[in-house]
Design a protein around this ligand. Structure first.
Ligand SMILES: [Zn+2]
Length: 142
């Protein structure tokens, strides 16, 4: 028997957001994997030997892909610019450190000849597809 949900929506939405933040957006990562499949490239997931440990690395075309959570990486979108009410200073500093590290890792990867693509948690499926397509096209023709 399915119970109809009439509980407080705000609480529900909030806990949903918290779950998403905690899991560091596993679902967009899975979506990106699926979107890469038709390209028939050998794709490696989690590349701990590369700066910043990209979520996805495609060695044949030297493309490193990060799937970033908007909150943790301080994206300029609505979710990314949300500031927590408690420990705001702590979080602001932490996110600033994350961003600095992201920039540094991107620079290191580029120096090694890698192209870096960042997919955001908030990117829509078509927008992700466009980004991937563009990155793959650029890399293949180069
Ligand atoms: Zn975002």
């Amino acid at each position: 028997m399915r119970q109809k949900r009439t509980t407080n929506r705000t609480t529900e939405a909030r806990s949903k957001i918290m779950r998403a933040v905690k899991s560091q957006s596993t679902s967009p990562e899975v979506a990106v994997r699926d979107q890469l499949r038709p390209f028939g490239l050998r794709v490696r997931f989690n590349a701990p030997y590369l700066p910043g440990k990209p979520d996805i690395a495609i060695h044949s075309i030297m493309l490193a892909i990060f799937v970033n959570g908007c909150f943790w990486h301080g994206h300029g979108c609505k979710r990314g610019s949300r500031s927590p009410k408690t420990n705001a200073e702590y979080w602001t500093a932490k996110i600033a450190r994350n961003r600095a590290r992201d920039r540094q890792n991107t620079a290191l990867l580029r120096r090694k000849g890698w192209k870096v693509l960042t997919i955001w948690e908030c990117d829509s499926v078509p927008s992700r597809a466009r980004k991937l397509k563009r990155a793959l096209a650029v890399r293949r023709s180069a």
